[in-house]
Design a protein around this ligand. Sequence first.
Ligand code: DSN
Length: 406
Amino acid sequence: MKDIEIKKLLSLEENRQQNTIDLIASENYVSKDVREALGSVFVNKYAEGYPGARYYAGNTVIDALEKLVIQRARKLFKLSSKKWDVNVQPYSGSPANLAVFHALIPHGEKIMAMSLDMGGHLTHGHKVSVTGKLWEQVPYGVDKLSEEIDYGELLHIALIARPKCIVAGGSAYARIVDFKRMRTIADEVGALLLVDMSHFAGLVAGGVYHSPFPYADIVTTTTHKTLRGPRSAMIFSKKEYTPAIGKIVFPGMQGGPHMNQIAAVGVALHEAGTPQFKNYAARVVENAQILARELERLGWRIVSNGTDSHLFLLDVMSRGISGKTASDALERAGIILNKNMIPFDTRKPGDPSGIRIGTPAVTTRGMGKKEMKLIAEYISTILLKKNIAEVKGVVQKLAKKFPIAR
Ligand code: DSN
């Protein structure tokens, strides 16, 4: 690279990633092949429209590419082309969700979704998101005791509010979501069921989290979390919803699709269909469970007492430490994660009561049971302010043993 300044920053970031332990539940390390596709000549092409109906010439190869990626998406999630369509053009998860709501829910109507502090997502109608300005969010949450979704309460709220859409999925919920139950509730109130599987899409692909497709009308997903692809998104829709969604994605909200991004999604979808990925997905969950158990053994409270997925929340405030203090201290020692609200949090999002811990990235690096036990000890030691300098050294040593793809 001739650009010295960017090259320097690139090298610094490579070193940061190599020398730290990434426990951000929504991050991962993509393969070299995914990066090759992202950096390929597909970046040069404008392709507004859809396969066979583009506004620019020169799209024969692009059409073949988009069709192949759609076919791979259907194959990975075992979907019949008679029932399901896939739009692979959304630039990322936020526009994907916005497009679905725009296409199918009249402005001002109600969207029922898990509230952010209970583990939901901003784009599911939170007041600071445009989705919360154009639609009214009817929030649901978790049971105070079990900290798992209270489906009885969910039904109760739905019967009163009569939302047009119910959203399942979020960004900080560790347990299996009962899609079947949510389907029944949606049917009872005449709502659409949208499953945002962004966080656990890779686990569904790997067969370690149950598929939302038998129950949902629409499924959205980002492609860069457990699915381990580039930053992008897809919208899966039952046939009757496809035309409206297609028109909103383009020309309603977006311009030309990022074909290099779509090519990289294709590579990731292919990788996610391999036996190695199945094994990876199983280890992601196993690692999260071991890490949670070890932290619990060291005296830390895990929200909902454990996890069925790739992430969990640690209630650091239960030992008098705020989420921000915890995340800052861990970062100083080379452990990277995010502060997070926990259910019924009385603190603010900028300095909440918890931290979120996820294992997709460390599992990609090949870490397993032994490393999870070590990481639990490091986290505990750092949070209790013992020997941070010493721990920083061992964290770096551990990180160096597991090279990232460069
Ligand atoms: N920012 C993502 C996460 O960390 O969960 C969700 O968009």
